[in-house]
Design a binder for this molecule. Structure first.
Ligand SMILES: Cc1cc2nc3c(=O)[nH]c(=O)nc-3n(C[C@H](O)[C@H](O)[C@H](O)COP(=O)(O)OP(=O)(O)OC[C@H]3O[C@@H](n4cnc5c(N)ncnc54)[C@H](O)[C@@H]3O)c2cc1C
Length: 371
């Protein structure tokens, strides 16, 4: 999905107009980069627009059902985003339920939608298939006779300084001596670097999958300011996620299990949005959870990280002050705040360029030291 955790007008309020525009362009370029890598030929790739929905206000019987007040504010925010995006030359569409061009899919037939801001050139893909493909390219480009450049299923438990400004990356089975290290453990970074404990926060996201049973979705949908989302995979499976914000105090930490309260809310949301009656059985095929890394301002973080003299176990690392260290050979790239599919590819390229060539990184980690 083009954009960030918030819609365009909110991004302007938070980051300023120029930075919001750059951020939207950055996520467009991220998808372009993935297209150049050939993601369009993956079996799971679908060129479908994404739509940011304002739902109709309907009371407080469900945590995800917006009040009339929230619904009106949500619509006004999306209208403002649409106007600002047009002014800034960003491709954008708009749909109302009565429009001829509104898709007649299951979501629009539910009667729940008040309006939609349309990102026409977005796409969806199975993230696992995409990662396998990208990692596969690295493996096949390996030089004959050299070890594979991709070592899987090895937990890094320490980064240590070595002589001649080198860094040793330690795993259970390997130690690798490096000139530079880019740490991309996202939500889990504080387990290696305690200095990140209050900087990249682990937040749980839960989902469920449904057999299509004749349901069809013409877009990837985001509702309630991105709190809930649902889309259709290439094999017809409908995936539904979110409802985290209503149980925010429980949905923290590294434990990636599903919980009854969030799954129950997701089921009710799926029923409403896909037109299932209360007495109909939902064709649930899977449930899962994952850990996202939230940054303080919702934007990624890229930059060098101070390495304590005692390696990453050194708890004496002071927190914010030691986060940023201009000369460190160890860098971090992460904190994607639930939007790493839209930003991670390009952010990683920018991080490598900054680390190796000294270019200015977008989303510098150093901005936190200044705050
Ligand atoms: C349920 C759910 C739905 C989501 N939906 C979307 C979406 O629709 N669109 C979107 O843009 N984003 C979405 N996201 C967010 C997206 O998945 C992340 O932003 C993205 O995966 C971040 O990529 P990453 O490579 O930085 O981190 P991750 O994908 O989290 O990868 C980090 C990796 O580091 C490994 N690791 C951690 N510690 C160590 C260690 N010490 N040693 C070795 N390896 C380690 C982990 O095992 C993991 O494989 C979703 C996330 C969740 C949980």
């Amino acid at each position: 999905m083009r954009g960030a955790a918030c819609h365009y007008a909110e991004a302007i309020d938070l980051y300023g107009r120029e930075q919001a525009q750059e951020l939207w362009r950055f996520t467009e370029a991220n998808l372009e980069g993935l297209r150049r890598e050939g993601c369009e030929s993956l079996a799971s790739y679908r060129r479908v627009p994404s739509m940011l929905l304002a739902l109709k206000g309907g009371g407080d019987d469900e945590p995800w059902r917006p009040s009339a007040e929230y619904s009106a504010a949500n619509r006004a925010g999306l209208e403002r985003s649409r106007d600002l995006m047009k002014e800034d030359g960003l491709e954008v569409g708009w749909l109302e339920p009565a429009d001829q061009s509104a898709p007649g899919d299951s979501a629009w037939r539910s009667g729940m939608i008040s309006c939609a801001l349309v990102n026409p050139s977005d796409a969806s893909v199975n993230s696992y298939e995409l990662m396998q493909t990208l990692a596969g390219k690295l493996k096949t480009s390996a030089h004959p006779g050299l070890p594979s450049p991709v070592i899987e299923n090895q937990e890094v438990f320490a980064l240590e300084r070595a002589e001649h400004d080198k860094v040793v990356v330690r795993t259970a089975d390997f130690s690798v001596r490096c000139e530079k290290v880019l740490v991309c453990t996202n939500a889990y970074v504080s387990l290696l670097f305690p200095a990140f404990e209050e900087i990249v926060l682990p937040r749980r996201g839960q989902m469920l999958g449904l057999a299509p049973q004749g349901r069809r979705l013409a877009a990837s949908y985001y509702c309630n300011d991105g709190s809930e989302y649902f889309r259709q995979a290439a094999d017809g499976t409908i995936v539904v996620g979110g409802c985290r914000t209503y149980f925010a105090e429980e949905e923290v930490g590294f434990e990636d299990r599903v919980t009854a309260r969030v799954q129950d809310a997701l089921e009710r949301f799926a029923r409403a949005m896909l037109g299932y009656e209360a007495n109909e059985e939902l064709p649930i095929t899977s449930r899962w959870a994952g850990t996202m890394g939230f940054s303080p301002d919702g934007l990624p973080l890229i930059g060098p990280v101070a390495l304590g003299e005692g390696g990453t176990d050194d708890r004496s690392l002071t927190r914010k002050a030691s986060l940023h260290s201009t000369n460190s050979p160890v860098w971090f790239c992460g904190g994607f705040t639930g939007h790493g599919m839209s930003m991670g590819y390009k952010a990683a390229h920018a991080a490598v360029d900054a680390m190796l060539q000294g270019s200015r990184p977008p989303f510098p980690l150093s901005r936190l030291a200044a705050s």
